[in-house]
Ligand binder design. Structure first.
Ligand code: AMP
Ligand code: GLY
Length: 422
């Protein structure tokens, strides 16, 4: 069947690489894609936000299955639009994508179902929000309710910072996304990204990964979309996975079905693990980026078949196999990211680096100009490697990074440190 993948980041390059290898995929299209994705799919210049354009294209090309990578089109209802046009789509409809689209909704659902999460309250007014923040220990966590491109969370180390964050959000820093906020207590522990695939009724655990959100080595500097990831995540033992499935993910899927908005697709649970007990930090309605790059690298089973089984509500018939090898990915970002950064600098040495054993380079924010690859985003490359251990994968990934000639880029040099320090 013809498959249309939506998105243009490192996550989508990894998905495209895996989907293109599937025996059930005839032509793979990607909208809008990137120069890395061009090697495995036919890229079409339609933005992920152009829902009308995507549906029209899918009809024209007789797309049998659409896989939606990023959250914004899911929250905007792209899966509903495809399904209404008779095109199967992976990912929740807008009503179920609320699991990422409203943090307050998720907190209330947790409260209702006894799902472990940080103590919280929802606010539409700064005065009671500040009073509540004063009752919590430090740091205090302040979150815009809606989508804020990964920037809507402030971990306030002092009460003054918390008050400033509350004012900042209600002053419209995140537009409508900040019209309502959540104030909650800080959870400490080890953070992991846990993924499940669900058809609305059946839920299959995928594997977990650990991301590195801060820009600089030693987990310092500003928060980013993720500077690197590895899998397996040692903190995610089988016992923790069982608890996460039984106490967090399955009750959520059951609750969504009971309220008449069944959730279908990938559910990404950000978990905080302390003394072997997982609590929910937040949900995302999609694969993580860069977590997806290490997940698909470790997947032995056919990804397209599994995703289609979720869409077709027959996930109970699927048994996923994973490689025992570890995978690790290092994000190379433009200097200045997550703040201001320049675009257009040339990147050399990609082919040589990608030819190293066990290495695969996923493009995230690149463009092609005069036959050259240039930087075109904040997170630009996702240099991924496999190995027998996380240490092996790390050595290979950095060997490849060191072959890439791009003085205008930077990366963390310590991806995987937490696993290696165990
Ligand atoms: P989010 O945008 O919801 O992914 O939050 C960004 C990051 O903030 C998460 O990945 C966590 O590292 C951190 N975070 C969010 N909420 C909490 C919390 N209640 N306690 C500790 N860390 C948190
Ligand atoms: N890497 C975290 C995310 O995709 O949200």
């Amino acid at each position: 069947m013809n498959v249309l993948l939506i998105g243009s980041g490192g996550r989508e390059h990894a998905l495209a690489w895996s989907l293109a290898a599937s025996p059930i995929v005839s032509t793979l299209y990607c909208a809008p894609g990137n120069p890395g994705i061009e090697a495995v799919a036919e890229c079409v210049p339609i933005a992920a936000a152009d829902l009308d354009g995507l549906v029209a294209f899918a009809k024209e090309k007789k797309i049998g299955f659409a896989v939606i990578g990023p959250e914004a089109p899911l929250v905007a209802g792209l899966a509903d639009r495809f399904e209404a046009a008779g095109i199967k789509a992976l990912g929740p409809g807008a009503k179920a994508a609320i699991l990422e689209g409203s943090k307050g909704f998720v907190k209330d659902l947790c409260d209702d179902r006894g799902i472990p999460t940080a103590r919280y309250r929802r606010f539409r007014d700064p005065v009671p929000a500040k009073s509540f923040a004063k009752t919590l220990g430090l740091p205090v966590v302040v979150k815009a309710d809606g989508l804020a491109a990964g920037k809507g969370v402030v971990i306030a180390e002092t009460r003054d910072d918390a008050i400033r964050a509350i004012d900042f959000m209600f002053d419209g820093a995140f537009g409508a996304a900040g019209a309502e906020i959540v104030v909650e207590e800080f959870l400490d522990g080890e953070e992991v990204s846990f993924f499940a695939l669900t058809d609305g009724e059946h839920v299959v655990p995928l594997i977990g990964a650990q991301d590195h959100k801060r820009a600089f080595d030693g987990d310092r500097g500003p928060n980013t979309g993720g500077m690197g990831a590895y899998s397996p995540a040692p903190a995610l033992t089988q016992a923790v996975v069982d608890k996460a499935m039984n106490r967090i993910v399955k009750p959520t899927i059951a609750a969504m079905a009971e309220r008449g908005t069944p959730y279908m697709g990938v559910l990404f649970a950000g978990l905080m693990i302390k003394n072997g007990e997982p609590s929910l930090i937040e949900y995302n309605c999609r694969f993580g980026d860069p977590e997806c790059q290490v997940l698909v690298t470790r997947l032995k089973s056919d990804l397209a078949t599994a995703l289609l089984a979720a869409r077709d509500r027959v996930l109970n018939a699927i048994d996923l196999r994973w490689c025992d090898d570890a995978a690790l990915t290092v994000v190379m970002a433009a200097k200045g990211y997550p703040g201001e950064y320049a675009k257009g600098s040339e990147i050399r040495g990609l082919d040589e680096a990608a030819s190293l054993d066990g290495v695969r380079i996923f493009h995230a924010g690149t463009a092609r100009r005069d036959g050259k690859i240039v930087a075109a985003g904040g997170r630009v490359l996702s240099v991924t490697a496999t190995g027998k251990t996380i240490g092996d994968a790390q050595r290979r990934a950095y060997a490849a990074v060191d072959m890439i000639d791009w003085p205008q880029g930077y990366c963390r040099r310590d991806i995987g440190w937490r696993a290696l320090a165990r």
